[in-house]
Design a protein around this ligand. Structure first.
Ligand SMILES: *[C@@H]1O[C@H](CO)[C@@H](O)[C@H](O)[C@H]1NC(C)=O
Ligand SMILES: *[C@@H]1O[C@H](CO)[C@@H](O)[C@H](O)[C@H]1NC(C)=O
Ligand SMILES: *[C@@H]1O[C@H](CO)[C@@H](O)[C@H](O)[C@H]1NC(C)=O
Ligand SMILES: *[C@@H]1O[C@H](CO)[C@@H](O)[C@H](O)[C@H]1NC(C)=O
Ligand SMILES: *[C@@H]1O[C@H](CO)[C@@H](O)[C@H](O)[C@H]1NC(C)=O
Ligand SMILES: *[C@@H]1O[C@H](CO)[C@@H](O)[C@H](O)[C@H]1NC(C)=O
Ligand SMILES: *[C@@H]1O[C@H](CO)[C@@H](O)[C@H](O)[C@H]1NC(C)=O
Ligand SMILES: *[C@@H]1O[C@H](CO)[C@@H](O)[C@H](O)[C@H]1NC(C)=O
Ligand SMILES: *[C@@H]1O[C@H](CO)[C@@H](O)[C@H](O)[C@H]1NC(C)=O
Ligand SMILES: *[C@@H]1O[C@H](CO)[C@@H](O)[C@H](O)[C@H]1NC(C)=O
Ligand SMILES: *[C@@H]1O[C@H](CO)[C@@H](O)[C@H](O)[C@H]1NC(C)=O
Ligand SMILES: *[C@@H]1O[C@H](CO)[C@@H](O)[C@H](O)[C@H]1NC(C)=O
Length: 489
């Protein structure tokens, strides 16, 4: 069967070469090569031209660069020999000057098998000529135009004429105005859509769009003031509505019926009131970010408990109150990041009910202002079992005991340790090469005494921010300046 299909494939290759005039020159079709050279010529490069697409050369018969399938950013099909992918992103390393360019889409028309075109991250300030010709790129499945300045939204109808598109990324294109619903109705096959960072506004109804195959939708940093019928996006796996400023609780209700969701980012909006209990049903969630809203009520332990696939959960920056026990996380074996707090001052968080050893190895934990273990004011015992921590913030909790330097011993990758505004006492002792990756250490506003460790620069060679203020350290004068200079690398 396999031999048979290879036979058919090579026959198809021969036929296509004949039909195309037999111009398979050194492994690459001549008309495709000329198309790429036309595109290169259309880039309005005045300075350092030799640094851009330097492997794309016009000379023939000079061996190495004649085969355009070997050019940077170009991929050909090993069956048809035609170009299937053109990655023309990040063309210029040095983006300090504006780049005025006429993107001439017509230059890509000869690339008949082009599936993927990536023009992202070029900061083109551009007119787009040959706009109507986008429709001729009918094999194109993936188009990435992020981080350019095509602020004239008239580009949209040209793009949506490519009705076979599955992946479309238009992040930070400086698009303005209301969302062109009628145009997007044509893209029924879309699986991935990124419109983030554009100033698109007005209301957007997902019932009107036919996006039943859509798996990933990113609308963060847009200006929509109403989103409706989210439940129509039945295939959705990842949704980001970060920082849109919406507060409509019907969006939350709609999200509840998206049972396949793996990632949900609702941070930096104005959602208020309790988190709807129907979130319990989103049992596939791996990432849930509800931070920085105006959500209130008790910390929603009852809906966290069943979401055992969570890898990252953030509830911080809301108005939650009540009590929370880490035993609610007793089955969260995949958890890597957890953020909660600050909480109302009549709330508290208990970590000691969690059975040890805990099921998870955390990389990031943020429990600032959580009135942690208010009975004992002890640092959470489960931390004794963590060894992959990179980022830890236990500030503003009235914790007592010695500065837990064992955290640095156990977690050799620790980068940020914030223990400020607690009641830690005793001396602060560090070993040499204790925190080789530590960049931020804040133990300000505690009752730490004794000497400032002389070897601090040796222990933390990459330290960038150190705050020891508001303690009872003796002999500041002994902190060797050389030690600090060593830290500033
Ligand atoms: C093309 O060749 C590459 C590298 O040899 C291989 O990984 C890939 O599977 C091939 N693709 C097809 C469609 O045969
Ligand atoms: C080429 O860039 C220069 C500035 O670098 C600009 O003045 C000119 O209009 C550009 N030409 C085109 C065709 O965009
Ligand atoms: C765009 O490219 C096509 C094909 O290379 C060419 O025929 C046409 O003149 C170009 N248009 C502009 C405005 O440069
Ligand atoms: C679009 O971008 C161009 C180039 O940056 C700029 O000159 C023009 O003012 C912008 N137009 C709008 C409507 O923002
Ligand atoms: C946007 O592009 C269209 C088509 O190229 C042109 O007719 C229109 O004048 C442009 N609008 C602005 C504001 O530049
Ligand atoms: C929700 O947002 C709308 C539009 O911004 C605003 O008018 C309304 O007051 C907000 N409602 C609440 C309860 O914050
Ligand atoms: C969860 O989904 C089921 C149906 O799948 C539904 O009957 C139930 O009401 C939902 N639970 C909540 C809390 O919405
Ligand atoms: C963890 O799962 C087990 C088995 O499903 C269950 O008996 C137990 O109650 C769960 N623990 C928590 C804290 O939900
Ligand atoms: C909570 O904070 C308010 C305002 O700072 C204060 O008046 C109140 O006494 C505090 N309550 C508790 C239980 O600490
Ligand atoms: C801990 O906080 C809870 C809830 O605010 C309170 O009932 C309890 O008395 C507090 N315990 C101590 C020792 O402060
Ligand atoms: C962490 O440090 C403590 C105190 O030195 C020690 O008892 C514990 O076994 C260490 N844990 C790990 C995982 O290394
Ligand atoms: C150091 O900590 C104190 C107390 O927390 C704070 O007021 C101060 O701004 C901090 N200094 C720096 C440079 O962050």
């Amino acid at each position: 069967m396999r031999g048979h299909s290879i036979l058919i494939a090579s026959w198809a290759l021969v036929v296509s070469i004949i039909l195309n005039g037999g111009l398979l020159c050194s492994g690459c079709f001549l008309e495709e090569k000329h198309a790429l050279l036309d595109f290169k010529a259309s880039l309005n490069v005045t300075t350092n031209a030799h640094l851009i697409l330097s492997s794309w050369t016009g000379k023939e018969g000079d061996g190495a660069n004649a085969d355009c399938c070997t050019w940077e950013g170009v991929k050909c099909s090993n069956i048809t020999g035609r170009i299937v992918e053109a990655d023309l992103s990040f063309l210029r390393e040095n983006m300090d000057e504006d780049w005025y360019v006429n993107i001439n889409i017509s230059t890509f028309i000869p690339l008949k098998d082009l599936r993927t075109l990536d023009l992202s991250n070029n900061y083109f300030n551009s007119e787009v000529t040959g706009c109507r010709n986008w429709a001729k790129l009918q094999n194109l499945k993936s188009l990435y135009l992020d981080w350019n300045n095509f602020n004239n939204s008239s580009i949209i109808p040209c793009i949506t004429a490519i009705t076979e598109l599955k992946r479309l990324s238009l992040r930070d294109l400086d698009l303005k105005g209301s969302f062109p619903i009628e145009e997007f109705k044509r893209l029924e096959k879309l699986e991935f859509l990124d419109l983030s960072g554009n100033q698109l506004s007005g209301s957007l109804s997902f019932k009107e769009l036919k996006l039943e195959s859509l798996k990933v939708l990113n609308l963060e940093y847009t200006n929509f003031n109403k989103l409706s019928d989210v439940e129509a996006l039945t295939s959705l796996k990842a949704l980001s509505l970060n920082d849109i400023g919406i507060n409509d609780s019907s969006v939350l209700q709609g999200i509840c019926s998206l049972k396949n969701l793996h990632e949900l980012d609702l941070s930096r909006n104005n959602f208020y009131g309790p988190v709807p209990m129907c979130f319990r049903n989103l049992t596939s969630l791996r990432l849930l970010d509800l931070s920085n809203n105006i959500l209130s009520g008790n910390i929603p332990a009852a809906l966290i408990t069943p979401l055992v696939h969570l890898e990252y959960l953030s509830l911080s920056g809301n108005l939650f109150g009540g009590s929370f026990s880490f035993s609610s996380l007793g089955n969260h074996s995949k958890l890597q990041g957890f953020k909660l707090g600050p909480l109302n001052n009549d709330s508290h968080v208990d970590t000691e009910d969690l059975a040890l050893p805990p099921p998870f190895q955390l990389k990031a934990l943020y429990l600032s202002g959580c009135n942690l273990n208010n009975q004992t004011r002890k640092i959470p015992s489960f931390l004794l079992y963590q060894k992959e921590m990179q980022n830890l913030d236990l500030s503003s909790n009235k914790l007592v005991g010695q500065i837990p330097t064992w955290l640095l011993q156990n977690n050799t990758n620790l980068e940020v340790l914030v223990l400020k505004d607690n009641s830690f006492t005793g001396p602060f002792l560090v070993d040499d090469s204790l925190g080789k990756y530590l960049s931020q250490l804040d133990i300000s506003n505690n009752d730490v005494s004794g000497k400032v460790p002389q070897n601090i620069g040796l222990s933390f060679p990459f330290l960038q921010r150190l705050n020891l203020s508001g303690n009872s350290f003796l002999q500041w004068g002994t902190l060797p300046l050389t030690s600090l200079f060593e830290m500033s690398n």
